[in-house]
Design a protein around this ligand. Structure first.
Ligand SMILES: Cc1ncc(COP(=O)(O)O)c(C=O)c1O
Length: 456
C-alpha cells in the first residue's frame, strides 16, 4: 500500500501498525527523503491512502508529535518539524570474529585450580544466601559488618594480626584495595617503592595515580630493604612470597623494614596474596602483625577460590579504614551483598579452611612434579610456597624467545623479564602449576621441557 508519504505498510510485519508507520517516518526524515516543512496529509487522507483505520493514522501522528518529529501549525495543518538529522556515524563495525581460540595450555602464574563440580560447602553457602533477602538500603561502605568481624577473627588466627572488625575493609581484591589506598593516602608525584621484579598490576596502579615509582631490587629472600631511601611515601611489598621470585622475607629484614617505616613515616603496603599455601613450614606471621599503624595488609580470595569472585580485604589502622570508607561512600563504590554474604557463610562453615587444606595437598604434588620435570633446565626457586615456581635460565637464553617458542608449541608461560623494570637479573620463566588439571599439567610441562631441550 503506497501513500503520498514514503511509507509502505507491511501487514505481516512485526509490531502494531501505528508504530511501524512512525518508525518508517523517522527513517525517512533521518535519511532526507522527508524534509523539514513538508506538509503532511490529514489523518483521514493518510488512512485512506494506506487502507488503515483513521485511529491508526492518528496514533502514528500522536507518537511522532510527542517525540517532536512533526508539528501542527494553527489553521494550516501538520508539517515535518525542523529536525536536523544526525549524520550517521557509520554502521557499527561488525565485530571481527575472534580468531579460533588457539588451544593453549596455560602455565601463567596466579590462577588457582577450579575443577570438578561445585562441592557441598560451596552449595551450602549459596543456599544460605538465597534464603535471605538483601539489606534494604546502602550498607556500611567498609563492607558487611558480620563479614568484617569474621575476617578480623580469620586474619588473627591464620596471619597473627590482632585486630577487630573496625580494622577491616572489604574490597574487590588486592588491586582494588591498593588503588583505594593510592587515591586516598597519596598525591601525584609521591614516591612509592615497588619490588623489581614485581607485580605488574601494582606498577600500573601506581602509574595511573601519577606516583613516581622507585624500583627496589630483590634477592632470593625478598626485598632489599637496605636500598629504601628516606623520601618515600610508601613501599609495596610481598614479604610472605615475593612475587615473582618467591623469597620469604626473613625476620631481621622485616624488623628493618618496620624500623625504616617508623623512622621515615612511610606506609608499608603488604600484599599477602598466597601465604596460605606453604609447603615447608608454617608461614611467618604477616608484616601487619608487627605494626598496624605503619602497615596496610591486603588479602584476597583470588588465589584461595577464584579471581572471578572479586573479593578481598584490607586490614589497617582504624584511621586508614575510616578514611577509605568515607572515600568509598563519597564515590558510591559499594560492594555487592551476595558475594559478601556467601563468603561469610563459607568462613563460618569452615569451608574456606577445607578448600585451603585440600588445595595445599594438591598444589604440593603438582609443585613436586613441576620441579622434577624442570630442574634439569635451570635453577628452580620460590618452590616452598604459593601457586608458581620460577625457573632461572642460563644467561645465554632470552626468556622471551623461550616463551614465544613455548607458545608456538602450545604452552603459555610468562618470561621473567616481563616482571622486570630497571634492575637487571638473569632470564627465567614464571610457571604457574595450580590452574591446569593433572594431565594438562603433565602435558604442558613435557612440552616446555622439550622446548628447553631444543634451545639447549
Ligand atoms: C602479587 C599478586 N598480588 C595480588 C594478586 C591478586 O589480585 P586481585 O586480588 O586483585 O585479584 C595477584 C594475582 O595474580 C598477584 O600476582
Amino acid at each position: 500500500m503506497k501513500s503520498s508519504l514514503p511509507l509502505v505498510l507491511d501487514r505481516g510485519g512485526s509490531g502494531p501498525l501505528h508504530l511501524q508507520l512512525a518508525e518508517q517516518f523517522r527513517a525517512a526524515v533521518r535519511d532526507g527523503r522527508l524534509q523539514a516543512g513538508h506538509r503532511l496529509p490529514s489523518t483521514r487522507d493518510l488512512a485512506r491512502e494506506l487502507s488503515v483505520s483513521r485511529a491508526v493514522a492518528q496514533a502514528a501522528y500522536d507518537q511522532l508529535h510527542a517525540e517532536g518529529w512533526i508539528e501542527g501549525r494553527v489553521g494550516s495543518g501538520t508539517y515535518v518539524a525542523d529536525v536536523v538529522p544526525l549524520q550517521p556515524v557509520g554502521r557499527p563495525r561488525a565485530r571481527v570474529a575472534p580468531a579460533p581460540e588457539e588451544k593453549l595450555l596455560s602455565l601463567r602464574a596466579g590462577i588457582p585450580y577450579i575443577g570438578g563440580s561445585p562441592d557441598a560447602g560451596w552449595r551450602r553457602a549459596w543456599r544460605e544466601v538465597s534464603a535471605q533477602l538483601p539489606p534494604p538500603g546502602y550498607e556500611d561502605p567498609a563492607g558487611l559488618p558480620a563479614l568484617r568481624e569474621a575476617l578480623a577473627a580469620h586474619v588473627g588466627r591464620v596471619r597473627g594480626i590482632a585486630c577487630g572488625p573496625e580494622n577491616v575493609l572489604i574490597t574487590h581484591g588486592t588491586i582494588h584495595g591498593l588503588r583505594l589506598l593510592l587515591a586516598v593516602r597519596h598525591r601525584p608525584g609521591d614516591r612509592i617503592a615497588i619490588e623489581d621484579p614485581g607485580y605488574v598490576n601494582a606498577v600500573v596502579a601506581a602509574r595511573d595515580h601519577r606516583l613516581e615509582i622507585v624500583d627496589i631490587g630483590v634477592d632470593e629472600d625478598g626485598l632489599l630493604v637496605s636500598e629504601l631511601g628516606d623520601d618515600l611515601a610508601s613501599a609495596y611489598v610481598t614479604p610472605s612470597h615475593q612475587y615473582p621470585l618467591g623469597g620469604r622475607l626473613p625476620v631481621a629484614r622485616r624488623n628493618e623494614l618496620i624500623r625504616w617505616a617508623r623512622r621515615t613515616g612511610a606506609l608499608l603496603i603488604e600484599d599477602d596474596y598466597d601465604s596460605e599455601f606453604r609447603y615447608d613450614v608454617a608461614p611467618l606471621p604477616a608484616l601487619a602483625q608487627l605494626d598496624l599503624d605503619r602497615v596496610v595488609h591486603l588479602g584476597t580470595l583470588s588465589k584461595l577460590l577464584s579471581p572471578a569472585l572479586r573479593l578481598g580485604w584490607l586490614v589497617a589502622s582504624t584511621e586508614v579504614i575510616d578514611t577509605l570508607a568515607a572515600y568509598r561512600e563519597e564515590s558510591a563504590d559499594w560492594l555487592g551483598w551476595p558475594m559478601q554474604a556467601a563468603f561469610l557463610a563459607m568462613l563460618r562453615d569452615g569451608y574456606l579452611d577445607q578448600v585451603i587444606r585440600r588445595n595445599r595437598r594438591l598444589y604440593a604434588e603438582r609443585r613436586n612434579h613441576a620441579c622434577e620435570v624442570l630442574e634439569p633446565y635451570g635453577r628452580v626457586i620460590g618452590q616452598d610456597a604459593g601457586l608458581h615456581i620460577t625457573l632461572v635460565l642460563p644467561d645465554s637464553l632470552d626468556d622471551r624467545v623461550v616463551a614465544a617458542r613455548a607458545r608456538s608449541a602450545g604452552v603459555e608461560v610468562a618470561p621473567l623479564s616481563e616482571y622486570r623494570r630497571s634492575v637487571p637479573g638473569p632470564p627465567g620463566l614464571v610457571i604457574g602449576y595450580a590452574r591446569p588439571g593433572h594431565e594438562e599439567l603433565q602435558t604442558a610441562l613435557r612440552i616446555l621441557a622439550q622446548v628447553l631441550r631444543e634451545l639447549g
